[in-house]
Design a protein around this ligand. Structure first.
Ligand code: DCP
Ligand code: MG
Length: 591
């Protein structure tokens, strides 16, 4: 099967070890029949045989040897079992380690669309629970299967050498057991797939709750969230019970069949002993080994359960493994060019799954120009700028940077030429210094301070308990929205890229601070094309040009003065922001 092939590929480097483990399993289990054989010899020679009493005195040496042999083989088997388990563990742990790194890289390398479609909780489940299930299966379940099968076969072969008829009598039980097990396996498989899905939902709910706990608290929705969680929890637990209960439906049959082995052995075996067909020692060998036949049959259900879980998990992992992002960043180590910073949109349209959000957009930005983008919420501003670093690809037309379609540029180089402060600010759990220098860890400290100054962040940073060494982000001190935005802005400036994209980066700062930032942006000491998404006329007024988006269309384009003159959307916004509320507003541009 495809998934197993995948496993085999990933065992590379550990294959020899794994095969050794499998071989040791087979050898170790085969040795299980030696002690019953020795037992048989002892019984026949020294206990029930015709010359038993005589042998006991004359052949004492043989008896001692046989007894020592029994002990020796037991010790040998224990040693082997230890070695075997070690090999399984090491091979599977090594594989797990390799696969985990690979999967992590794989997830990192996915494009934005992937993250739009995959829940964090689900990805976490794959990286932890599923991976561990696969490892556990490699180490334990496969071991159990191999050992059960080997013991079973070894016992059957041994039994045949003693008495074929008796063995056949015992084996009549095998077909019904297999049929019951097969029906059970078919029934339980979808349940484990379902169970796996519910676990991932449970994890997703937990993860959302933890990361979204501020919202939960703000709306005092703890009870609702607890209910939601309880609901998922109940579902998960019910699915678990259901799967376990199915097993109970089949268990009595399997157990009865397993017990029947003993009954048949007693009746048929006893009869054969009385008839003298087999010796008492041979009968005792059957007795001592009957578990080797009945146990695998008894455990077949548990093994099937585990195999189903194994495949449910394995297929989820293989899914990540083979997920191909549409937009691939190859991180080629070529010499990276510095762009001039020219940007052209040529009849660009763009759609998400939900439908087209940008329609036929064309405009050009010359190197060094500052362009402001304005438009009501949901008009497509973020979607538009996301096309430049290729977070998404256009669905029609083309986006060109320095005259080349971005799809033809080397992605690492393209992104390496863009500094971006996204609309949702994310800071890492790191020092402020580390966050600002995220794009360039070599950044000297004076420069960190310099960019923080430009972003009007220096003052509040120095007031923090440990200044630039204060830890922020998830586990760190709290920052205001405007403070976070300014650190994000410093981070975007610090990489000194020829293209700078600011998505609503000053929306949460006061007008005075914004004034300061405007001034810094005008006076950057490196050549830079700026695209600034903003809602305030005070931000846009000084741009070289202003683009107005409405419902995914470019409806106005021009300088502040030009746009005021045409008395369209921009004019309305300008009037609103300058004269305050209470003015009569026309329907145009108001949503
Ligand atoms: N959209 C979507 N899937 C996403 C992101 C957005 O379907 N992953 C939709 C929602 C909007 C449209 O695309 O209808 C445009 O979204 P934008 O984020 O581009 O809108 P803006 O940036 O203009 O809005 P805002 O000012 O609120 O940031
Ligand atoms: Mg936006």
């Amino acid at each position: 099967m495809f998934e197993l092939k995948w496993l085999w590929q990933n065992l590379e480097g550990n294959r020899a070890r794994y095969i050794t483990a499998l071989v040791l399993s087979v050898v170790g289990s085969s040795l299980m029949i030696i002690n019953p054989y020795i037992g048989q010899r002892i019984v026949d020679t020294f206990i029930t045989g015709e010359n038993a009493v005589q042998n006991l005195t004359q052949e004492r040496g043989l008896l001692i040897m046989l007894c020592m042999g029994m002990i020796g083989f037991s010790l040998l088997r224990t040693g082997l079992a230890y070695l075997t388990t070690m090999q399984y563990e090491q091979a599977s742990q090594n594989m797990l380690y390799k696969v985990r790194i690979y999967l992590y890289n794989k997830i990192q390398g996915q494009d934005m669309e992937y993250y739009d479609h995959n829940r964090t909780g689900d990805l976490m489940t794959k990286m932890t629970g599923d991976l561990d299930m696969v490892r556990h299966s490699m180490a334990w379940i496969i071991k159990t299967i191999i050992e059960s099968v080997t013991i079973f076969l070894a016992a059957v072969v041994y039994f045949f050498t003693i008495d074929a008829v008796l063995t056949l009598w015992l084996l009549v039980l095998a077909p019904p057991i297999f049929i019951v097990a097969y029906i059970f396996a078919k029934k339980v498989r979808p349940m484990y797939i379902d169970l796996r899905e519910r676990l991932s939902q449970l994890n997703t709910t937990t993860q959302e709750n933890i990361s979204g706990n501020r919202v939960v608290k703000a709306f005092a929705r703890e009870e609702y969230e607890i209910e939601k969680f309880t609901d998922k929890n109940i579902h998960f637990s019910q699915a678990n019970k259901k799967a376990a209960l199915v097993w109970l439906d089949y268990f009595p049959y399997l157990e009865t069949f397993a017990q029947a082995f003993n009954v048949i052995l007693m009746l048929a075996g006893g009869y054969f002993v009385m008839q003298g067909r087999i010796t008492f020692g041979e009968f005792s060998a059957f007795s001592a080994l009957i578990w080797a036949i009945s146990n695998p049959m008894r455990n077949i259900g548990i093994i099937i359960n585990d195999i189903q879980r194994f495949f449910a998990s394995l297929s989820k992992i293989v899914e990540i493994y083979y997920a191909k992002p549409n937009i691939v960043n190859e991180h080629k180590a070529t010499e990276k060019r510095r762009y001039e910073g020219r940007i052209d949109f040529d009849h660009v349209s763009f759609k998400y799954d939900g439908g087209e959000v940008l329609h036929d957009i064309s405009f050009s930005v010359k190197p060094g120009e500052t362009i402001a983008i304005m438009g009501s919420t949901g008009s497509g501003k973020t979607s538009l700028v996301n096309l430049i670093p290729r977070f998404y690809d256009v669905s029609g037309g083309q986006v060109l940077v320095d005259g080349v379609d971005v799809r033809k540029l080397e992605l690492d180089e393209l992104r390496g030429n863009i500094g971006i402060a996204t609309q949702d600010v994310l800071l890492f759990s790191d020092t402020i210094d580390g966050n600002i220098a995220y794009g360039d860890p070599e950044l000297p400290e004076e420069q960190t301070v310099e960019y923080a100054r430009l972003a009007a962040a220096h003052d509040f940073i120095t007031k923090m308990p440990e200044g630039y060494d204060t830890i922020v982000g998830e586990r760190g001190v709290g920052l205001s929205g405007g403070q976070k935005q300014r650190i994000a802005l410093s981070r975007a400036l610090a990489v000194r890229r020829p293209i700078l994209i600011l998505d609503d980066t000053t929306s949460a700062v006061d007008l005075e601070t914004e004034e300061h930032i405007q001034k810094s942006l005008r006076e950057l000491d490196f050549p830079c094309t700026k695209l600034i998404i903003a809602q305030r006329v005070s931000t846009t007024a000084e741009a070289d040009r202003i683009l107005i988006l409405d419902g995914g269309r470019l409806i106005e384009e021009g300088t502040h003065a030009e746009l005021l003159a045409i008395r369209g959307y921009y004019y309305e916004v300008f009037m609103l922001q300058n004269e305050g509320i209470g003015r009569k507003v026309s329907a145009h541009g108001q949503k």
